[in-house]
Each structure stands twice: as C-alpha cells, then as structure tokens.
Design a protein around this ligand. Structure first.
Ligand code: MG
Length: 253
C-alpha cells in the first residue's frame, strides 16, 4: 500500500555564494578593434599617469597606497580598495585596465578587480562592474569581465588577452530614492568594453552582492572605487581614468 510521503518545510539553509551564480548561456566572443580615448575638455581627470591625488583608501580615507610607476597605476592588494576623493552622481566614465601577462589562477581567482560605480560603504559595498581575465577563462557568466556582478552578464565577451590594455566606457545613472529611503528609480548602466557594447541600459536590482539577493540602500552621491581583490594572481594595472559629470554634476564633499 502507498505510503504517505513525509512532507514539511525543508530546514532553512543559509544563503551561499553559488546560489546567485549564473553559468549559461555563455556570452559570444567578439574580437575588439583598436580603442583609445584621451579625456575631452570637460572631463575630470582621475588618473593621468602622474599621481594618486584624486584617490584615497576606502577603509580610512588616508592617501591611496597603490603604486604609480611609468605612468601606470598598479593594485597594492595589501593596501585594500581605493576610491575617488570626490563623490559623483550621474556620469560618463572612461578607464583602462590591464591584466598582467604573467597572470595565474582560474575562474574568479585570475586577475580579479572591479570598478564600483558608486561606493556606498566600506569594503566591496556598492555597484561593481567586474574586472577579470575573461580571455579563455570560464567562470559564472554573471561574474565574468563586464558583468554587473551577479546581476547582468555582458552581452558579448570582448576581452583582450592578458598583457594588453582594455577599455571600459560607462554611462551610470544613479538610483533615485524618496525621502523615506525607498527606491523610486533604479540604477542603470550602459557599458562598452574595448568599444563593444556589453551592457545596454541594464537595470540594477540593488547593490551587487557576493552572497544573497541585491537590495538598495539610499545614497545621493558616492565615490568611484577600484577593487583590490584577494586572489593570489599578480596585480593588475590601470591608466587614463576620467569622468564627465552629467545633469550638472553632484554635490562633492
Ligand atoms: Mg571583482
């Protein structure tokens, strides 16, 4: 005779990082053309190869402790994340980054960094546009280079090989909050990677999180942040970083 299945609520498991990983479909690979972009006349230059005057340490706002040499900014993983002195609201951002030719590791532990389009708090708080070696390096697609981390995979994979400079051009529309802190218009991002459209007015569900579902926290203007990721591969480098404020700019502290 049939036995009654024992049913009932399954014991609740704590959320895990892999719960929010998406592994397919894999973005098509596109070989980019040449790209470069000198800052236009109305840009705020955030790094021109000379110094880190525009940047501070995220954790204590002390001078940014990354390395500037030969016109290039290189991550100092011990120094942690760095962010702009100024805060921004809506903007166009250009930056160039290079995975070291001697990169090692795989998946998320291969040339991991990121640009947070709004740094809403310490550590990795905010909205991360992922930087990673995604040239023949499979990982979850919503965590590969050009993803809005764990929310939107890139439309295509326009990665260059390690050792070559790559560009991001971003249009960031900040979320809007009501006086009581509810989101009334979500954050949106359009991104070109090496001149190829990879995010087309993507709508964010909240801040980008390693674990759990994204949610919003009110902010009005925030720094732009670069990630010092703890993976063991050699550190990557940046150059030619500039921003153009939109809508008349933000109230900077
Ligand atoms: Mg990252």
């Amino acid at each position: 005779m049939a036995q009654e299945a024992v049913t009932g609520p399954a014991p609740k498991q704590p959320p895990r990082p892999q719960d929010t990983e998406q592994w397919s479909p894999t973005p098509a690979v596109v070989t980019p053309g040449a790209t470069s972009a000198a800052p236009p006349s109305d840009a705020i230059v955030l790094f021109d190869g000379r110094n880190l005057d525009q940047w501070v340490s995220t954790k204590d706002k002390s001078p940014a402790g990354w390395t500037v040499a030969d016109g290039v900014l290189t991550v100092n993983k011990q120094a942690g994340n760095i962010e702009t002195r100024r805060s921004f609201r809506n903007f166009q951002l250009h930056l160039e980054w290079r995975i070291p030719q001697n990169v090692i590791g795989s998946g998320q532990a291969r040339g991991n960094s990121g640009v947070f389009l709004a740094s809403t708090g310490p550590g990795d708080a905010g909205y991360e546009l992922q930087i990673l070696d995604s040239y023949n390096n499979p990982t979850y697609v919503n965590g590969q280079a050009g993803s809005l981390y764990k929310q939107h995979p890139p439309l295509v994979n326009a990665s260059r090989r390690p050792g070559e400079w790559q560009t991001y051009d971003v249009v960031w529309t900040a979320p809007v909050f009501s006086a009581d802190g509810k989101v009334t218009a979500p954050a949106r991002a359009t991104v070109l990677h090496n001149g190829v459209l990879i995010q087309n007015d993507a709508v964010l569900a909240g801040e980008t999180l390693y674990i759990g579902k994204p949610s919003y926290r009110p902010y009005s203007a925030a720094p732009i942040k670069l990630q010092a990721h703890g993976d063991p591969s050699p550190p990557l480098s940046f150059r030619n970083i500039w921003v153009r404020e939109l809508d008349g700019g933000a109230a900077s502290p």
